[in-house]
Design a protein around this ligand. Structure first.
Ligand code: PRX
Length: 647
């Protein structure tokens, strides 16, 4: 059992286990190395990859904040993730233990993966897709999702994966924004004990785009076997197009700055941002951090990240980082409670998972279900646990460490974002102590600080804004077709200092360790998913009965934050009361996706506004969280709050 120590400000601290520290991939020396020669440090990490043409320049920051990393080098991301492991004689190693929700399983070796990726690359080429084209991927958590991403990377097509839980509307706006030429989808996938259709949402998205649709073809994986409408002019089955294609394909080398993918993420306005990641720097950042933070030993570890590939965690820590490192991993299609609430622990026991990466919201759900469930399984194979996506409260951290980790596994709380592409603030398991609730220190090579309004570093014991002070290899390069918004969103707040503004508040404790406090903008974090208040407000006002809407994120015991909406109605016919509230909740699910459904909608006669007409969300958050609303003197009509509280 690890000794529990109290830090200077009396927080619990867990020092690294001695055996892990003794054999750790990365030691404290890495911090010193990166501090003395940042570019040299990242150049060494880039050597983890196989370059078709070596780079001579590490970082070009002359056009800051637009970075170019390893720019004159060339490489192929898919070759790095697949072929080179086969060439190194590791073709028989399992890349994925796939577990379907209904219980079907498939082990896919690196050799199998290579054949599949090559076939898919040939099939995409035959469909006229090539370097510079955009491909939208809208798939469940099945192996073909990963094959599709790697096939795109292999031929230089840029992918944009859209989370399968997003609606047809959300899919349409993303397809339109990036002008995707091809959509790869499936008839459906298995979720919560049954088939759940996907292809109809693609059909609806394309119908919505009509003659403006940039899409030439839809490639459809058969997963559930349920009937789906098929348009022979555009639609093709994956098994027809891919299975018959040749498993031979010579990968072309692309520039390090070739666009690898665009990932849409919510910002403070209604329109999602297309975050662009490129190839060489991104792969370096993802592979290095995966190796360092998980202390990855590719020959013996079995790794499982429970994220969906529709989010950045799936991109960096299921696909690109882990595969570049040649690890064996688990890929699970379904939900944790299907067919029973011990499903995840059963999978860990069956495959001997050693490294496990999940989100606090899942941990809090398991806490609610009770420790008797995981206690029924043998989880002794685990040696390290990771957390991502939202602040982990100390109770959840301690439960995770104790109940899942047997009080033996360190927990790495990893802070990063879609924009950062790679983990930025996290303990190194062989070096840094773990403190429940703290992401601890910036990783080697990463500059992070907590600053005040003027950008001055705050003293220990104080809070402020989280900023990143140095460029890093996996950083976003721009926002797709919106470079002005890129500069405005991240680089203007502390422009004089050249800092990246993360949008999070943070505290530095008496030891100098960082605690992430949550977003300081109008972005919510619901179950580790990023949602924008204004995007949901736009969805609500697109309903004919809604005149005005205000959305806030209110604290929620399980999901971290929950969506709470206040709406003013237009007069009109139709549902009223609870029936209307249900109708509005479903409307939001249709417009954005079920994840954005408000937990609560209150119909109100007025919204609290300042004299200049700005909605005071702080007051609504106070009401939603049951607090006294305090000072309302800046409201144009202070009596409004009484009316809302009654609502
Ligand atoms: O608020 C922070 C929170 O999630 C945001 C990034 O969301 P997204 O781009 O969707 O990426 C999620 C997966 C990397 C951050 O601005 N966040 C992420 N990780 C943590 C976190 N908050 C606290 N602790 C974390 N470990």
């Amino acid at each position: 059992m690890t000794e529990k120590l109290l830090s200077t400000d009396h927080q619990i601290r867990f020092d690294p286990p001695a055996d892990l520290a003794a054999a750790a991939n990365v030691t404290a020396e890495a911090y010193a190395r990166a501090a003395s020669d940042l570019e040299g440090f990242w150049a060494e990490q880039a050597e983890r990859l196989t370059w078709a043409e070596p780079f001579t320049e590490v970082l070009d920051w002359s056009d800051a904040p637009r970075a170019r990393w390893f720019a004159d080098g060339k490489l192929n991301a898919a070759y790095n993730c697949v072929d080179r492991h086969v060439e190194a004689g590791r073709g028989d190693q399992v890349a994925f233990h796939f577990v379907g929700e209904p219980g079907d399983t498939r082990d896919i070796t690196y050799a199998d993966l290579k054949d599949e990726v090559c076939r898919a690359a040939n099939a995409l080429t035959a469909l006229g897709v090539g370097s510079g084209d955009l491909v939208a991927i809208y798939l469940p958590m099945i192996p073909e999702a990963i094959v599709a991403m790697l096939a795109c990377a292999r031929i230089g097509a840029t992918h944009t994966v859209v989370f399968g839980g997003f609606s047809a509307e959300a899919l349409a706006s993303r397809i339109e924004d990036c002008r995707a030429k091809l959509v790869i989808t499936s008839d459906g996938g298995y979720r919560r004990g049954g088939p759940s259709a996907l292809k109809p949402a693609v059909d609806a998205a394309l119908a919505r785009l009509g003659s403006q649709s940039p899409v030439d073809h839809v490639l459809v994986v058969r997963r559930t076997g349920e009937y789906v409408p098929f348009d022979d002019a555009t639609d093709l089955w994956w098994h027809d197009a891919v299975d018959s294609a040749s498993p031979e394909h010579i990968p072309e080398a692309f520039d390090a700055e070739h666009p690898l993918y665009v990932m849409y993420s919510s910002g403070t306005t209604g329109k999602p941002k297309g975050i662009l990641h490129t190839t060489g720097g991104y792969l370096t950042g993802a592979a290095y951090t995966h190796h360092a933070v998980f202390d990855l030993k590719p020959d013996t570890d079995v790794y499982w990240c429970t994220a969906d590939i529709g989010w950045v965690t799936g991109h960096s820590y299921i696909v690109y980082g882990p595969l570049a490192n040649g690890v064996t991993q688990v890929l699970y299609e379904g939900t944790p409670d299907s067919p029973h609430r011990g499903r995840w622990w059963e999978i860990i026991e069956k495959y001997g998972v050693t490294l496990f990466y999940t989100a606090p919201t899942a941990i809090r759900t398991f806490m609610k279900w009770g420790r008797e469930i995981p206690d029924e399984y043998d989880l002794t194979s685990l040696r390290l646990l990771g957390s991502v996506g939202e602040p982990i409260n100390p109770e959840a951290y301690l439960w995770y460490r104790d109940v899942i980790g047997g009080d033996r596994c360190p927990v790495v709380d990893t802070w990063w974002q879609t924009e950062t592409g790679q983990m930025m603030i996290s303990p190194l398991p062989g070096v840094t102590a773990g403190k429940p609730g703290s992401a601890m220190r910036p990783l080697p090579g990463i500059g992070a600080d907590v600053v005040d309004e003027e950008g001055r570093s705050v003293p220990n014991g104080s809070s402020g804004y989280l900023v990143l002070t140095k460029p890093w290899p996996a950083m976003l390069r721009t926002l797709w077709q919106d470079d002005d918004r890129f500069v405005e969103t991240y680089w203007t707040r502390f422009a004089d200092l050249g800092y990246y503004f993360a949008g999070d508040g943070a505290k530095r404790d008496e030891d100098g360790d960082i605690w992430i406090l949550g977003r300081v903008d109008d972005v919510m974090n619901v179950s580790g998913h990023r949602l924008s208040t204004s995007e949901i407000e736009s969805a609500l006002v697109s309903h004919p009965r809604v005149a005005e809407a205000a959305v806030v994120g209110a604290a929620d015991e399980t999901t971290g934050q929950a969506v709470v909406a206040y709406v003013i109605l237009r007069s009109g016919d139709g549902n009223t009361g609870e029936a209307l509230v249900q109708e509005l909740r479903n409307h939001v699910a249709r417009e954005i996706g079920a994840i954005a459904k408000p937990r609560q909608i209150t119909i109100v006669p007025e919204l609290p506004k300042t004299r200049s007409g700005k909605i005071m969300r702080r007051l609504l958050r106070d009401v939603a969280e049951g607090r006294d609303v305090g000072d309302t003197t800046t409201l144009s009509d202070p009596s409004v709050m009484a009316l809302i509280a009654e609502g």
